[in-house]
Design a protein around this ligand. Sequence first.
Ligand SMILES: *Cc1c(COP(=O)(O)O)cnc(C)c1O
Length: 395
Amino acid sequence: MKRSRSVYLDHAATTPVDKQVFEAMRPYFFEHYGNPSALYGEAQIANGAVNDARRAIAEVLQALPDNMIFTSGGTESNNLAILGVARACAEQEKHIITVATEHHAVLEPVAQLKKEGWKVTILPVDKNGFVKAEDVVKAIRMDTLLISVMYANNEVGTIQPIAEIGRQLLRYRKEKGRSVYPFFHTDACQAAGYLDLNVEKLHVDLMTVNGSKIYGPKGVGLLYARRGVNLQPIVFGGSQERHIRAGTENVPGVVGLAKALELIQRTRESENQRIMKLAEYFWKTVQKKIPGVKLNGPEMGKGRLPNNLNIVFPGIDGEALVIYLSSYGVMCSTGSACTAVAREPSHVLAAIGKNPDEIHSSVRFTLGKSTSKQNIDYTIQSLQKALKLVGKDLN
Ligand SMILES: *Cc1c(COP(=O)(O)O)cnc(C)c1O
């Protein structure tokens, strides 16, 4: 089908690769393709590139280069953080704390530990998706080994108070004489493009970042693990990544991840403002043209990622709306990319108290670098047309 336009508003699902990122990766496909573990010069160039990437990322995170473990993406990093800490530290089942609105890549490994006999606390959130730092600390028991709280939510954009949780956790450890436990992990996949990743300021022990949400390549990720956090591997084989993650390094991927993180963090403040203005304009105009709409999650500018709009169109089938919009070239989604296929009602929207009708009528628009005012205007026109087709003209 030939389309006059295409407007991509699904940046929370994944982003296109930045051209500069691709150019940085290119030599490691064609010229410097050696295995970084080999001894000849060509391979050492690849090895050097992986180490340069480690250093560049360490600078962004204000961490040490050898705190970085490269993985196959956000999912593996989260699994390694949770299962790796659990299996390295505990001779017996212990307790783990997480939050109801986490990504499945956190909730599922936690569910796996529960099956293996671990005690699990899944904290509820308020109507905007926030967890309170006090509530996290109150849930800690003497056998709590790990706390995992996402930095920003992929469906409704809620930014959790990670630094505040970190500060209260430091106080707890001091008071209870537990020098390092419980460890604190954050899934920063959605935050990495928009928020400060300084691990010292956040007081986190472990942090997950991936390439595919920050204009880097898909299938590559990073787990930051502070020195002193022992991890048992979840992938066994060679001795790569300090014996923590076996397998030949994804050299172009790692180079791309580092470049993407550097680029996005360098421009994030001005870009956040630009995107925020566009998102505000989008939301104001939608409210004007389509009465009855509601925003899921926090108000704009109040602890919400600047690029996220998750909107309830009352009485409308969200999935049908997404499909009609796609016929105009507008790409957006219901819930997260992962649940879009499974067609399960969003656990995030349920956790913030939305009823099944509201969940069914919710559509997520996530803006990004390519989004312009013209894109937004076109999207709103398309929305009005699509809503008529979905069967109910709300004008
Ligand atoms: C995308 C995403 C993941 C999964 O990352 P992959 O690289 O696709 O494995 C995990 N957590 C959050 C918050 C995400 O947005």
